[in-house]
Design a protein around this ligand. Structure first.
Ligand code: DOR
Ligand code: ZN
Length: 370
């Protein structure tokens, strides 16, 4: 058994307000605890999006009543809310900017709309950018021009990790995260039955029923090539955090004609990464750096006293959606064999998870930004 600090996930989507049938603050934070996370930072692309004082209150009220682990809520950058969100910075996890197309309404196409946010958001907090490929390069240029920290969410490409390395070498205040699905899955191979039922895919195509083959694979950024995945592993020293981008959509929605992008990840991240540790692709110190120390420093997360997790690093088992706390009902890693199981989570002196059960009530979780 090994004892680790309570892990921090700087990137989750909990769907409340607006889509609690996918996840809410109760099921999402239960999934977090079961996965070894005692602290989560929740994204603002809900319905309505979290982009001013009123919507921030809606999310924080829901969280206050239902969260079982500690948390903070992001505010989202819109076309004309730079003053409003800057004034809320002390109450928010950080500012999220959507610079590329993805799930939800928040998106800033025009670079003139980026300027006031880079000028005004307080520099002690990072701006977190959903920015892929060339828009990532543009976002890093903005960080250099305005001399402020930027955190690049979910990098997935070789060109991204190489550019971030170069930017760091120049002293630009850029940090980044990578998600387990971009480290363990590629676009062409489908090593999981939940992701790649090739027989079913073929019959859809041959039957002429449409072009949609496998909506479960939809995710933004998309799964990339083996050479991109290899580059992420080879440049792990550039990567500051592992983040799940836990983005639950129901199995039914994923299998529909219009599948939304996103994978659940809170309950599979640590077992997958511990498996990589057991295979010597990673050390436990790297894991701690990227799942605790770095996110804590980047996002100025206070200490959680009397908080730790206990992990059986020798336990081998198969990942199964049926045992998960997330409400979405599936996982892209169904059937994967992993080594490393969370046995116990202690959060602020109380046993929050043990023997597969959540042992703290909704509302036990604390907002760290109050
Ligand atoms: O795949 C994704 N799903 N990427 C995102 O950027 C958003 C997320 C979601 O909210 O579903
Ligand atoms: Zn996300």
């Amino acid at each position: 058994m090994i004892k680790l600090p309570g892990l921090i996930d700087p990137h989750v989507h909990f769907r409340e307000p607006g889509a609690s049938h996918k996840e809410d603050w109760d099921t999402g934070t239960s999934a977090a605890l079961a996965g070894g996370f005692t602290m989560v930072l929740a994204m603002p692309n809900t319905k309505p999006p979290i982009f001013d004082a009123e919507t921030l209150d809606i999310a924080l009220n829901a969280a206050k009543g239902k969260a079982r682990c500690d948390y903070a809520q992001y505010v989202g950058a819109g076309p004309d809310n730079a003053d409003v969100v800057a004034a809320l910075a002390d109450k928010a996890a950080a500012l999220k900017m959507y610079l590329d197309m993805t799930f939800g309404q928040l998106r800033l196409d025009d670079m003139t709309l980026w300027i006031p946010h880079f000028e005004k958001y307080p520099k002690e907090y990072p701006i977190v950018a959903h920015s892929e490929s060339r828009s990532m390069a543009a976002a890093i240029l903005f960080a250099a021009i305005y001399d402020r920290p930027i955190h690049i969410a979910h990098i997935s490409l070789k060109e991204e990790v190489l550019l971030i390395r170069a930017a760091k070498e120049k002293g630009i205040k850029v940090t980044c995260e990578v998600c387990p699905h971009h480290l363990f899955l590629t676009a062409d191979e489908s090593p999981s039955p939940a992701l790649g039922d090739r027989e079913a895919s073929r019959s859809v195509v041959e039957g002429g029923l449409g072009v949609r083959v496998n909506g479960r694979k939809e995710v933004r950024p998309r799964l990339s090539t083996q050479s991109d995945v290899d580059a992420l592993w080879e440049n792990l020293d550039v990567i500051d955090c592992f983040a799940t981008d836990h983005a639950p959509h129901t199995a039914e929605e994923k299998d529909s004609d219009n599948p939304p992008p996103g994978f659940p990840g809170l309950e599979t991240a640590l077992p997958l990464l511990l498996t990589a540790v057991s295979e010597e692709r990673l050390t436990i110190n790297h894991l701690l750096e990227k799942m605790y120390t770095n996110p804590k420093n980047i996002f100025h997360i206070p200490d959680q006293p009397e908080t730790w997790i206990e992990v059986d690093e020798t336990a081998e088992y198969e990942i199964k959606a049926s045992g998960q706390f997330t409400r979405c009902g599936w996982t892209p890693f169904e059937g994967w064999k992993v080594k490393g199981r969370v046995r116990k989570v202690i959060l602020r002196g109380k046993t929050a998870f043990e023997g597969g059960k959540i042992l703290v009530e909704p509302g036990y979780g604390k907002n760290i930004r109050k």
